[in-house]
Design a protein around this ligand. Structure first.
Ligand code: SAH
Length: 283
């Protein structure tokens, strides 16, 4: 005699959940790891400060954050995903927000076509292109007031690293130049489907006061990138090719991780002044 057991509640919820999961198949090439913990989803969307009304979600996937965002009357939300299947799923699930759920590549989208006023960015980012996303955000910093995002834990630590630490690098300097960085919390692998191989972390970036750099921006980016590309060398060696003849500075005796952001800016201003003097003399 078999006894029919009532299905435990937890189990039935899981079945419903997995039915949903089968609708959008996770694609590795698009960095898809779907968050399946509602409490963490809520914690992420609650981390968004009401600094702007406009919010853009990068990579909504199956909408775990998107649903919370649309439910918040403080925000006017758009979401953009490169995966057509995710977009079709979201259009079906959230038909009232159809016009706000866009199919496209964030890296190639003309952001100014949507936003003339400052907005905030949120997303559980595709880890394989998170650096490219940050470089794009730096480019558009006049429009991006805030970023709340989940990324690979190591990348989050690097972005938040202070000068002098081993993980301080290009992204730390460039992002910290324009944003105040907060490491909010760490997220384990198990709350994703499929689980990523690495731990994750949520960080918040808010635009700081810095408007003027006091030196040429291209030169600053170039010095930072060139210096860190050979981080074991002193700047005298690594950025030699960028220096005007006869230029010297105390900063050149140091390695890039020893320079704070004001130090990098000061060094670039010195390079620029020296180059200008040479131009005056040779003209
Ligand atoms: N927010 C969802 C999905 C995170 S996975 C969740 O938390 O569960 C990352 C998402 O980014 C995927 O849906 C993927 O399709 C999308 N994505 C990857 N590259 C993208 C790009 N260049 N532009 C926009 N979305 C992208």
């Amino acid at each position: 005699m078999y006894k029919i057991m009532p299905m435990p509640k937890r189990f039935s919820a899981e079945i419903v959940y997995f039915c949903h999961m089968s609708i959008v198949k996770a694609k590795k090439s698009l960095g898809q790891h779907f968050l399946r913990d509602q409490n963490i989803a809520r914690k992420i969307t609650d981390s968004l400060l009401p600094l702007t009304r406009e919010v853009l979600e990068i990579g909504p996937g199956m909408g775990v954050l998107t649903r919370h965002l649309f439910a918040n009357p403080a925000f006017s939300v758009r979401a953009i995903d490169i995966d057509r299947e995710s977009i079709e799923y979201l259009h079906q699930e959230l038909p009232e927000f159809r016009d706000r759920i866009l199919y496209g590549d964030f890296l190639k989208t003309d952001i100014e076509a949507f936003y003339q006023e400052p907005f905030s960015v949120i997303g559980n980012l595709p880890y394989n292109i998170s650096s490219q996303i940050f470089f794009r955000i730096i480019e558009k910093r006049h429009l991006v007031s805030q970023v709340v995002c989940m990324i690979q834990k190591e990348v989050a630590e690097r972005i938040a690293a202070p000068s002098g630490s081993k993980t301080y690098g290009i992204l730390s300097v460039l992002l910290q130049t324009f944003y105040h960085i907060e490491y909010l919390f760490t997220v384990g692998e198990k709350v994703f489907d499929p689980p990523p191989k690495v731990k994750s972390a949520v960080i918040r970036l808010t635009r700081n006061e810095r408007q003027e750099l006091g030196c040429n921006e291209k030169l600053f980016f170039l010095v930072v990138k060139t210096g860190f590309n050979q981080r074991r060398k002193t700047l005298r060696n690594s950025i030699r090719g960028l220096l005007p003849p006869g230029f010297d500075s105390n900063y050149l005796n140091q390695r890039p991780e020893q320079l704070s952001i004001p130090d990098f800016l000061q060094l670039c201003a010195e390079i620029e002044n020296s180059a200008a003097k040479i131009n005056v003399v040779t003209q």
